[in-house]
Design a protein around this ligand. Structure first.
Ligand code: HEM
Length: 228
């Protein structure tokens, strides 16, 4: 295997993988998730919680569309692999060396989809919820009180499921850092990933920020129209 001058480290190449919209999406999502939790569980401020939820809904809708028209590595077809590939990948997980995969790995890719769909479901259920006192979600009038109560209960339960998924997500990132010496966090900040020198992956293509801004504005407009 090719080695660097220190002999112990595999030779690496730097590759541009994450377009700016994906990176801004991710860290805004992290911030919104924290604020959503604080607004309800610490401040008990339903109005603020709902506003943050509308922002999250617009953001997640944006990311789903970006999964079809965004940069090469942001697209679902780049990171949603079939079961055979996922199983083969899972067997290589214990190996203590960086992976030659530029985008999300075959397991991480499905986790991304589950997180996005979970967050989407969570935000939509919030639109139909009520707190039995002063707050009714903007679409609560469209369903019966029983349905609204059920969706409110599911909204609270799904939060705990999402929390577990986020913990697994962060644990996986830490595992890659500790075991495989891959710094996925810095890649999600700078856009550049360090790959084994033998990797033939191409740099990211597409993912224009102006297109992302238009899509985000349309998603925000749609959510505003729904909730206003
Ligand atoms: C401080 C906490 C977090 C860290 C350090 C972190 C780190 C990362 C990293 C490194 C990636 C890229 C993984 C890869 O290379 O395949 C990623 C992707 C992702 N993370 Fe996180 N994450 C955090 C919190 C969260 C939270 C709270 C959520 C959701 C509620 C989340 C949802 C996602 C999603 C959806 C992606 C895919 C990004 C995309 O393709 O657009 N993350 N995260």
């Amino acid at each position: 295997m090719a080695t660097s001058s220190s002999e112990s480290k595999p030779a690496l190449r730097r590759l541009f993988v994450w377009d700016l919209p994906v990176r801004l999406f991710h860290w805004t999502l992290v911030l919104l998730t924290i604020l959503l939790y604080v607004s309800i569980d610490v401040l008990d401020n339903m109005d603020r919680h709902a506003q943050l939820g509308y922002a999250l809904l617009a953001l997640v809708l944006f990311r789903i569309i970006w999964g079809f028209v965004g940069g090469a590595y942001a697209r679902f077809r780049d990171f949603l692999y079939g079961p055979g590939t996922v199983m083969r990948y899972a067997k290589t997980l214990p190996e203590a060396k960086p992976e030659p995969i530029a985008g999300h790995n075959p397991l991480g890719g499905w986790m991304v989809l589950v997180l996005l769909l979970g967050l989407l479901t969570q935000a939509i259920m919030g639109l139909f919820s009520n707190d039995d006192i002063l707050f009714d979600g903007p679409l609560t009038d469209l369903v019966s009180k029983e349905v609204s109560d059920t969706l409110t209960a599911l909204h609270a339960q799904l939060f705990n499921v999402l929390l577990v998924l986020v913990v697994i997500h962060i644990a996986a990132v830490v595992y890659h850092k500790v075991r495989k010496k891959e710094n996925l966090v810095s890649a999600m900040i700078t856009g550049y990933k360090e790959l084994p020198a033998e990797s033939h992956a191409e740099p990211n293509r597409g993912g224009k920020s102006w297109l992302a801004a238009i899509i985000l504005a349309v998603c925000a407009g749609l959510v505003y129209w729904l909730v206003a």
